[in-house]
Design a protein. Structure first.
Length: 247
């Protein structure tokens, strides 16, 4: 067949089907795609479901780096070099369908199919922007606003189409790891959001659009319950006398 009549590459079809060097793999909730420190020999494309990327420090402390949803690639470090190791652990939060693409096949398609390489480059640029936004969020925003942002991201607010207001099951421990606080603080904030009507929380979390006001406009009541007001104790003659002696 003449090169000029070659059929255009179909990225959507490639990522939805099995073929040479790639296969569809299903994971149940809590099953692991790959482990930190393991051989990086393939890239995963999440067709459906939700997953998370976690890292463990040398001291054994685990932290959730990011949450993954349909349309995300994970494990791209495998295309950097032969013998590369996984830098994190990827595991399913809910049942997932993934396309596992071998390193050699991934490199071949990136080199030969410009439509696919442009698609993948766009994904990587968006991920870089998301990582930068996560860092800024961690450095400058309160833990309450960080939690609001994570809930909105999980509900796909800001992506094309209607958001999924009912987000996948996620523990308060995982949310606490992602925003850098304790589970008890997350519980406190979640109850506060529920009382303000930003979320509905009964086992599964339903995110309401009004939560956007917390992130975009910082519209929380003036008395911010995330930092309790310190009230002076009632006057005490004995305490006043003690203070006078100290002076």
């Amino acid at each position: 067949m003449d090169g000029g009549t070659r059929k255009p590459f179909d990225t959507a079809r490639f990522l939805a089907s099995q073929g040479k060097g790639r296969k569809i793999v299903h994971f149940k909730a809590k099953e692991v795609f790959f482990h930190q420190g393991g051989p990086a020999d393939s890239v995963f494309y999440l067709q459906s479901g939700r997953a998370k990327l976690t890292v463990v420090s040398k001291k054994g402390k685990e932290a959730t780096v990011t949450l993954l949803s349909a349309g995300d690639f994970v494990g791209e470090e495998s295309i950097i070099d032969v013998g590369a190791l996984r830098t994190a652990t990827a595991s399913a939060i809910a049942a997932c369908a993934t396309l596992k693409i071998g390193r050699e096949q991934m490199l071949r398609v990136l080199h030969e199919e410009h439509v696919f390489s442009a698609f993948f480059l766009n994904f990587m640029l968006l991920r870089g922007m998301r990582t930068q936004a996560d860092l800024i969020d961690q450095l400058f925003n309160s833990s309450e606003r960080r939690l609001a942002r994570i809930l909105l991201l999980m509900a796909d607010f800001g992506k094309p189409g209607e958001p999924e207001t009912l987000i996948p099951a996620v523990t308060q421990e995982t949310l606490a790891e992602m925003i850098g606080t304790t589970r008890s603080r997350v519980s406190f904030f979640m109850n506060r959001f529920r009382k303000l009507g930003f979320i509905e929380y009964n086992g599964r979390i339903r995110v309401n659009k009004s939560l956007l006001n917390v992130v975009l406009h910082d519209q929380l009541p003036e008395q911010n319950a995330s930092r309790p007001t310190l009230l002076d104790r009632p006057p005490s003659p004995a305490r006043d006398a003690k203070r006078a002696r100290l002076v």
